[in-house]
Design a binder for this molecule. Structure first.
Ligand SMILES: C[S@@+](CC[C@H](N)C(=O)[O-])C[C@H]1O[C@@H](n2cnc3c(N)ncnc32)[C@H](O)[C@@H]1O
Ligand SMILES: [Zn+2]
Length: 578
């Protein structure tokens, strides 16, 4: 079939160019440039660290070849990550034997290199292979191949014929490097990942809406120490619009708090971990962001039946008061140490009484969520430095550096966050400035930081009763109008504060970025910067009511025209967005 060049426009992003058909029957969303840029930045960091970890492992082997020969698995397991199991405290039994067997198999190549020359050993680390499981036009796969140094093959999958045709066309259009590296396949990604276990150093999931159906096979397709990058755009589901739908997809109940976007990240992480655990694997998040209209997580995947036992320690239920929105975490598990041995036990609970100690109302319970750190700050700082050193190579530099800056200042050991506005609206009081409030928390001996998820959000390790005491003290000097005594705010204010808050400006009350006036939050670059409908869909009023007019990328006028002409198209499929 001949191709008419007039039917196409060329879209350039980073170093890749794609041909977009006038009918636009293949998915492309310009707004996802932030997502693709950030993924490239993380992939560069991963490639760098993978190499360092490999060299460290070789160095260790060189230093003690006899030890290596004797205690090979243990030695390998300590250094972990690029190709072997991580855990050094090996457990007895069948699981351990399986781990050893898998470790031996995967490290066979490395083992062979121990006696070879230094040069040969270095060569043994093959270039990383990437799987872009849901590739559409192939833009992302092409950017990885063209922009990320030292990358091996990039396999781009799609189960849509038009997308695969477009992807293959785009591979050719991007020249010889792209053609030699990127391979496109028409296949259901789940089948492909299931039949290619532990083959890809990085697997990227960027679906329409929810990634939930792809997670089980994706966690199996990643190499040990490899990376899974995963987007979810079904924010309404993850943020509690239909709690039961979220539960069916992700195995967690969401809560409609101000922190719901961070909770969304933590629900997704919990879900990935639970799938990983089925295969004696576990995840280590390096970066987790909520941007624009989606969440995106970057996690490493390791295999270790013994390390996997720690999973319940990293998960919590969340109790959220239906009156004053105070929240408390209930860990799923705990450990008891005795004579150098560790026992794993269910968590003690409930961590709170039936009624809220502050306002007397009951609690909703959400989760379980991932309550361990969602970023590795060493990674974040290094990625930020790298991005800054090559800003010209990131079309979305401003946005991704702002997000990374804010992430780099987050308290990583404090799940979820408070909203100062919410506290004040509960008490019906004027708001202290964020700096005053931060100072009072610091002066009371606690830590506080911002969150990349919300410019008004504050993360703190101060317990809720301390937070309310600070607000009680604030109201004493900024009185509120009398409220009915049964209002939550009145109940909270009826109690005398135990703590005397000190609002005097504390040195750390501004973050470093705030003090240096470095951009932390940027507005969208243009209107309609949001999710897009599945390729080939027409917008109806159903989409408008579900997504809001902004989210439909200007299709609204088009639809109104069609409706006026009485030609509105019926859509049977559930809405998807990305
Ligand atoms: C949101 S688009 C991907 C966008 C792309 N990653 C980018 O950055 O431009 C999702 C793609 O997944 C494809 N897809 C959906 N289900 C799939 C499946 N089971 N197997 C393979 N591809 C699938 C769709 O055809 C669509 O092209
Ligand atoms: Zn309460």
């Amino acid at each position: 079939m001949s191709i008419d060049p007039n039917d196409f426009t060329v879209i350039k992003e980073g170093e890749a160019e794609i041909l977009m058909h006038a009918k636009n029957e293949v998915f492309y969303n310009k707004a996802q440039v932030n997502n693709r840029d950030l993924s490239i930045a993380v992939l560069r960091e991963f490639i760098k660290r993978r190499k360092q970890e490999h060299e460290a492992m070789l160095g260790k082997r060189n230093r003690g070849p006899k030890l290596v020969a004797k205690d090979r698995v243990e030695d390998v397991s300590v250094e972990t990550s690029t190709c072997c199991i991580e855990d050094s405290e090996k457990m007895n039994g069948g699981i351990e034997k399986e781990e050893k067997a898998s470790s031996e198999k995967e490290c066979g190549e490395l083992e062979g290199s121990v006696n070879g020359s230094e040069e040969k050993k270095r060569k043994d680390l093959k270039p990383a292979r990437v799987l872009e499981a849901l590739s559409a036009s192939g833009l992302r796969a092409l950017r990885y191949a063209r922009e990320v140094e030292d990358l091996g093959e990039v396999v781009a999958l799609d189960n849509d014929k038009n997308s695969v045709e477009a992807c293959r066309r785009n591979i050719k259009f991007n020249g010889s490097v792209a053609s030699s590296k990127v391979k496109s396949e028409l296949v259901d990604a789940r089948v492909y990942m299931l039949t290619h276990p532990k083959e890809f150093d990085m697997v990227d999931l960027d679906p329409y809406g929810s990634p939930s159906v792809f997670l089980d096979t994706a966690v199996q397709s990643v190499t040990d120490g490899g990376m899974l990058m995963c987007t979810a755009t079904d924010m309404a589901v993850l943020c509690g619009a239909n709690g039961e739908v979220c539960y069916s997809k992700y195995g967690s109940y969401p809560l409609k708090g101000k922190y719901c976007h961070e909770m969304a990240l933590r629900i997704l992480l919990n879900c990935i971990e639970s799938h990983a655990n089925r295969y004696k694997r576990y995840i280590v998040p390096v970066l987790s962001v909520q941007m624009d209209f989606y969440v995106r997580v970057f996690v490493r995947v390791y295999t270790s039946a013994s390390a996997m036992k720690n999973t319940p320690l990293k998960l919590s239920y969340v109790y959220q008061c239906i009156g004053c929105d105070s929240f408390h975490l209930q860990p799923l598990g705990r450990t008891v140490s005795k004579n150098n041995s560790v026992r794993y036990m269910p968590g003690f609970g409930p961590v709170i009484p039936q009624e809220c100690g502050d306002c007397g109302k009951k609690f909703n319970m959400g989760g379980p969520i991932w309550s361990a750190p969602i970023h590795d700050q060493e990674w974040v700082t290094s990625i930020l430095a790298d991005v800054t050193s090559m800003k010209d190579r990131y079309p979305a530099y401003g946005r991704i550096s702002a997000v990374l800056t804010t992430v780099s200042e987050e308290l990583t050991d404090v799940p979820l966050f408070l909203s100062l506005h919410n506290l004040c609206s509960t008490l019906k009081c004027t708001s202290p400035s964020a700096q005053n409030f931060r100072s009072a928390v610091i002066n009371a001996g606690y830590r506080i930081s911002g969150t990349h998820v919300n410019p008004l959000g504050l993360k703190s390790d101060a317990p809720m009763d301390v937070i309310w005491d600070i607000m009680r003290c604030w109201v004493k000097s900024h009185p509120v109008k009398a409220q009915p005594p049964e209002m939550y705010g009145s109940v909270i204010l009826a109690k005398e504060p135990v703590l005397q808050a000190n609002f005097a400006r504390a040195i750390a009350s501004l973050s470093k970025a705030q003090a240096k006036k470095i951009a932390r939050f940027l507005p969208n670059p243009e209107r309609h910067w949001g999710p897009k409908l599945r390729a080939g869909r027409t917008v109806t009023s159903k989409h408008v009511s579900l997504l809001g007019p902004d989210a439909i990328n200007g299709h609204l006028n088009h639809e109104e025209g069609e409706e006026r002409n009485g030609k509105r198209q019926k859509i049977d499929d559930p809405i998807s967005e990305t």
